[in-house]
Design a protein around this ligand. Structure first.
Ligand code: ZN
Ligand code: ZN
Length: 159
């Protein structure tokens, strides 16, 4: 198992978590429980997985591809230049938001109608103040927490 710590102050951000080989693909919007606005969490509690593809801002124009989403699992974006795709950070550590309960909110320009879209950069900080993570939780996106690979430190736990 692996536990994640703040790279700045060394404080623990998560409990020990078990790795998954890849981030699971959440069910399509149409198959969600429509009585709840918040999408189901992508990750099961107690686990993490590395997302090798970019996530979040900045977004850049791109030619057609087969998926067309702005990033894996979430969002179609466009501006006057055409369709946009994430050129944001790679190798985010994706986990269930409740597995890092001590994080504090940062000012966030990504708020949707009922939660953050999590596509404008880091929006959660360690209690020491260092931005370490991005929460996505709006009904328009997925429900995931992404630890920033450059802002946290992983340490294997002996069990
Ligand atoms: Zn810290
Ligand atoms: Zn919403």
């Amino acid at each position: 198992m692996t536990r994640f710590y703040c790279a700045e102050c060394g404080g623990a951000l998560t409990d020990p978590l078990t790795p998954l080989s890849a981030v699971p693909v959440p069910p399509p919007y149409e198959e969600r429980d429509q009585t709840s606005r918040r999408p189901p969490a992508t990750m099961p509690r107690g686990h993490y997985a590395i997302e090798p593809e970019p996530w979040g801002a900045p977004y850049v124009p791109y030619e057609d591809d087969e998926d067309g989403r702005a990033q894996r699992r979430a969002g179609w974006m466009a501006d006057e230049r055409g369709s946009l795709k994430s050129a944001g950070p790679r190798n985010n550590i994706v986990l269930h938001p409740e597995d890092a309960p001590g994080l504090e909110m940062l000012p966030d320009t990504s708020m949707g109608c009922c939660g953050p879209a999590g596509d404008r950069g880091l929006n959660r900080a360690c209690p020491c103040g260092k931005p370490v993570a991005t929460l996505a939780a709006d009904c328009c996106t997925v429900y995931e927490l992404h630890l920033d690979a450059n802002s946290v430190r992983a340490q294997d736990t002996v069990s």
